[in-house]
Unconditional design. Structure first.
Length: 209
């Protein structure tokens, strides 16, 4: 894809990502809100007391992994694939040829946009990025979401942090949480065998294309 076409694709991405708010996420397509059905072991009885029922989750926050599940035994790719809130991210990693890379020892730190974050991009953007001819741009965007090494939320500090893509993201820690560029970390520290995942509410885009 030539430089002009890359600019035409990256510029609307960057401008939309900068202004997307939580209110937009409320109207996302049903597929973006889809959650995995909980699996209950047959030897565990269901609670009958209404007080044991959990309150509905924020749809922009990925479900917490179960203890002893993929978060304890899987790599960052398998944890994301089994979570259910990262269907688009999983498909994008496969299209970019990054599945095997991120399944290696690493370690890696992944800022993982939810399906809702991808759905907030301009219509047709995800489909365009998944095309084989746009593999290089897709790879650039995805590796911009990855840090080399395992960095937990407590280890993150405000400032510029170099990504696997080569350029840096700007991290800002405050009383209201952690921001990565203009995306908010809505669920930190999902553990994997080869790193850690921090869930973010927007797709972040490298500038200076």
């Amino acid at each position: 894809m030539n430089n002009q076409n890359r600019k035409n694709l990256i510029q609307p991405l960057a401008s939309l990502v900068a202004v997307v708010s939580a209110s937009v996420l409320m109207g996302l397509p049903a597929i973006a809100q889809e959650k995995p059905k909980p699996q209950t072991p047959s030897n565990i009885s269901q609670p009958s007391n209404n007080s044991d029922r959990k309150a509905p989750r924020d749809t922009n926050v990925a479900p917490s992994p179960k203890e002893g599940a993929a978060s304890q035994n899987g790599n960052v790719v398998s944890v994301a694939a089994e979570n259910g809130s990262f269907k688009v991210l999983t498909a994008a990693l496969k299209a970019a040829g990054l599945t095997d890379t991120l399944s290696q020892a690493g370690p890696f730190t992944v800022f993982a946009p939810t399906d809702a974050a991808f759905a907030a991009l301009p219509p047709g953007t995800v489909e365009e990025l998944l095309k084989p001819e746009n593999k290089a741009l897709l790879t650039k965007i995805l590796t911009y979401h990855v840090l080399p090494g395992k960095v937990t939320s407590t280890q993150l500090s405000s400032g510029s942090v170099a990504t696997v893509e080569g350029s840096s993201v700007k991290v800002k820690k405050g009383t209201d949480g952690v921001m990565v560029n203009n995306a908010k970390v809505v669920q930190p520290d999902i553990q994997a065998t080869n790193g850690v995942i921090h869930v973010i509410d927007k797709v972040i885009v490298p500038v200076g294309e």
